[in-house]
Design a binder for this molecule. Structure first.
Ligand SMILES: NC(=O)c1ccc[n+]([C@@H]2O[C@H](COP(=O)([O-])OP(=O)(O)OC[C@H]3O[C@@H](n4cnc5c(N)ncnc54)[C@H](O)[C@@H]3O)[C@@H](O)[C@H]2O)c1
Ligand SMILES: *[C@@H]1O[C@H](CO)[C@@H](O)[C@H](O)[C@H]1NC(C)=O
Ligand SMILES: [Zn+2]
Ligand SMILES: [Zn+2]
Length: 390
């Protein structure tokens, strides 16, 4: 009864180039289908596009499956005025390397890969620090932007298509910098592990890497979309004793229970502020809270639901609202307010680690999938995610 994540599968036969030898670089332009966003607040249009060959350090990928993340809707819904259209959305996908550009040594044709919206160049100050995953050579994900026009390899009707978050996976083929691609186990089912390209790693990592949830602790997860459910799964994996799942849609509670939630709170059932409700339930507040919605009011509630002295609140939801507020005394009394992108996972390493965890049956992935649609049905998928129900 819920829409957590939607899945599109594209099925083709691999385009075999006769006489191609492995070390030569392709110069072919691929013509294929993609869902183009020509302007904000309008349905995507399936168009034939051209995908240029990969240039230095780039990888051209045949997308096999792509799922839909709430962040893809942000641009469409909010129609950010200064953002350049047309563009191709999609940043949660898996595919097969079709060709590589000069300088690419880590990938070859036929490799199974997951493109990622954060790079891991392994050379910048941020990659070298164990404290963060925010590689300096990423597309500016913090602003959820696209790559600069000259760097896009996609065109349609003579116009460059901006590659949203550097990936643009709502296309049969795309081109991504090798720093933003993870090679995965050849045995991994691509129509499942595509979900590890964003939402699952984001929520799971926010609990495990960012909050660093401790065994025996009490956690609250606000918002039970794919990201929140993955956060619940992360809290459970970290050994949390109580996991309080908070959502205004009670249809989400059954699913959250499957992922490890122990209690449920619907803010609409209470007259008191939700932070008070949680404080009463936990004699003073939770050890960890995670905001997986993207609502500044809820971010404040999540912080204020934490216990004084050591409570940690993690912002995971994305919003373009500028200001966030709380009373300074909340922090003075020892609460920590933090956040993470992509769950704090170093992108290539994290994806590989999570694919392995899935293959070893240590994390759930299949359970997140609610629909299986084709690229042609992308607008239906967007409607389903907006409605949050089947
Ligand atoms: N930090 C990152 O790297 C990162 C990555 C991916 C997604 N995100 C963001 O995470 C957020 C969640 O993504 P998703 O795909 O799971 O979204 P989703 O829309 O599927 O889930 C959101 C859930 O929140 C619930 N909700 C909405 N308002 C609420 C309220 N006031 N109180 C309680 N519950 C409420 C909804 O019923 C829904 O179940 C989005 O903001 C997305 O942009 C961030
Ligand atoms: C999605 O549908 C395709 C085509 O019917 C099928 O091959 C694939 O296994 C399905 N994947 C999932 C995860 O349901
Ligand atoms: Zn995402
Ligand atoms: Zn880097």
């Amino acid at each position: 009864m819920l829409t957590h994540v939607l899945l599109f599968c594209f099925f083709y036969t691999f385009k075999k180039k006769s006489g191609q030898i492995e070390s030569s670089f392709t110069t072919d332009v691929i013509r294929c289908k993609a869902a183009v966003a020509w302007e904000p607040n309008k349905p995507l249009v399936i168009e034939e596009i051209e995908v240029a060959p990969p240039q230095a350090n780039e990888v051209r990928i045949k997308i096999v499956a792509s799922s839909l993340c709430r962040s893809d809707l942000y641009l469409l819904r909010e129609g950010k005025k200064d953002f350049n259209f047309p563009l191709v959305l999609g940043h949660e996908a898996a595919g097969i390397v079709e060709s590589v550009g000069p300088g690419v040594t880590e990938f070859k044709q036929g490799d199974k890969v997951i493109p990622i919206f954060i790079s891991q160049c392994r050379e910048c100050r941020f990659c070298k620090s164990p404290k963060t995953n925010l590689c300096d050579n990423s597309v500016p994900v913090v602003r959820y932007e696209g790559m600069p026009e000259p760097d896009s390899r996609l065109t349609c009707k003579g116009k460059k298509l901006i590659q949203y978050m550097g990936t643009s996976t709502f296309s049969e083929y795309t081109v991504v910098n090798q720093n933003a691609v993870a090679k995965v186990d050849p045995a991994a089912p691509l129509d499942k592990v595509c979900l590890l390209g964003c939402g699952i790693c984001t929520g799971y990592g926010a609990a495990v890497n960012t909050a660093k949830v401790e065994p025996g602790s009490t956690c609250a997860v606000f918002g039970l979309g794919a990201v929140g459910l993955a956060a619940v799964m992360g809290c459970k994996a970290a050994g949390a004793k109580r996991i309080i799942a908070v959502d205004t849609n009670p249809d989400k509670f059954d699913k959250a229970k499957e992922f490890g939630a122990t209690e449920f709170v619907n803010p609409n059932d209470h007259d008191k502020p939700i932070s008070q409700v949680l404080s009463d339930m936990t004699s003073g507040g939770v050890d960890y809270s995670l905001e997986c919605i993207g609502n500044v009011g809820v971010m404040r509630s999540a912080l204020e639901s934490c216990v004084k002295g050591w409570g940690i609140s993690v912002i995971v939801g994305f919003t373009n609202v500028h200001d966030l507020s709380t009373r300074p005394v909340q922090l003075l009394l020892g609460r920590t307010w933090t956040g993470s992108a992509f769950g704090g996972f170093k992108s290539k390493d994290g994806v590989q680690q999570m694919v392995k965890a899935y293959m070893d049956k240590k994390i759930k992935v299949d359970e997140f999938i609610t629909h299986n649609l084709t690229l042609n049905e992308v607008n239906d998928a967007i409607e389903l995610l907006k409605q949050g129900k089947r």
